[in-house]
Ligand binder design. Structure first.
Ligand SMILES: Cc1cc2nc3c(=O)[nH]c(=O)nc-3n(C[C@H](O)[C@H](O)[C@H](O)COP(=O)(O)OP(=O)(O)OC[C@H]3O[C@@H](n4cnc5c(N)ncnc54)[C@H](O)[C@@H]3O)c2cc1C
Length: 284
């Protein structure tokens, strides 16, 4: 449980962090909340030469709510997303999801940027940012770029981030008028991570579903958007029958992970039940 020796630099700015990363991308790790990285160092699952602590970089912090939507800095902690009243008024799903992440100790240190960059297939924020149709902003030596959340996650613990890039912020467009979101999660009893997590948003227009925004985590290699089920439900009423069919479609079209705690069949069943429960809650 003792990490290999490493050098440590506390970066004063994003530009300095990127410069340091460029010198040795494969031998360097960014440190945000440390709640995933430090256990990995202790178990020697990672042995970087250099740790760049980005915790003091002001431009990576904060929640800004504007006319076009919301910007959340990568260093925003789970606890900040839980506590923010202005964010709660705009997008209550952030408080709901943050309250389901681990415990106060983890929430007080862990950051949304660290969670997204780490891309644990059972993490909560990936489902939420996919459902919200967010864009992830990334900075590197060649400047800034934005990637749609549903294209950001590539595989288990793998994203489109290059080794010399920093995730800087999350941009969430203002949702369609009347859109309500809900996040449902079945927690692993030991870790608290999502065995399956479903984030879904539905606005109604003239009695039918105008659009469906869906994000799924825990079930597969990485978070995804569940487009077939969303397309099925769009333009239909939120009747029990339609909800059941959409939930079954999502369950049947997902290639589920299997592990010692939850088989693929069990996860597929959880997708069905949790999607059904989430949509029923939105229909009332
Ligand atoms: C006991 C326990 C229970 C937990 N339960 C849950 C849970 O229920 N749900 C859940 O979602 N999560 C859970 N987590 C994970 C927790 O939310 C972590 O804090 C989070 O996954 C990582 O965020 P961090 O800020 O701690 O990142 P760090 O540990 O500092 O970094 C994680 C990885 O991301 C990289 N990184 C960090 N920030 C950036 C950035 N801005 N740009 C590029 N790369 C970056 C780091 O280099 C590292 O590789 C749990 C963790 C613990 C220890």
């Amino acid at each position: 449980m003792i990490p290999a020796a490493f050098n440590y630099v506390r970066a004063a700015s994003l530009a300095q962090a990127i410069d340091l990363l460029r010198e040795d991308p494969d031998g360097t790790k960014l440190l945000a909340g440390g709640h995933t990285l430090l256990p990995a160092l202790k178990l020697r699952l990672a042995s970087p030469e250099l740790l760049i602590d980005i915790g003091g970089i002001t431009e990576l912090k904060g929640i800004e709510i504007g006319k076009a939507g919301v910007r959340i800095g990568a260093l925003t902690r789970h606890a900040d997303l839980l506590a923010s009243e202005t964010l709660f008024e705009e997008l209550p799903i952030f408080r709901q999801a943050a309250s389901l992440i681990a415990d106060p100790q983890v929430r007080n240190r862990g950051t949304i940027g660290g969670s997204l960059a780490n891309a644990d297939p059972a993490a909560d924020w990936p489902a939420v940012v996919v459902a919200l149709k967010a864009e992830i902003e990334i900075a590197g030596a060649n400047g800034h770029r934005r990637v749609a959340a549903q294209d950001f996650f590539v595989d288990i613990f793998s994203t489109v981030l290059e080794p010399d890039e920093v995730l800087t912020s999350i941009h969430i467009p203002r949702p369609t008028t009347g859109m309500r979101f809900i996040y449902r999660k079945i927690r692993h009893p030991a870790s608290g991570f999502a065995v399956v997590g479903i984030a879904v948003g539905v606005p109604m227009r003239d009695g039918v579903v105008a659009e469906v925004s869906l994000g799924v985590t825990g079930a597969a290699n990485h978070a995804f958007a569940g487009q077939a089920a969303a397309d099925f439900l769009t333009g239909k009423t939120l009747s029990r029958e339609n909800i059941d069919q959409a939930a079954t479609l999502l369950s049947e079209t997902t290639e589920c992970l299997s592990d010692r705690y939850a088989s693929a069949e069990y996860r597929a069943n959880l997708i069905r039940t949790e999607t059904r429960r989430a949509l029923l809650a939105l229909s009332s």
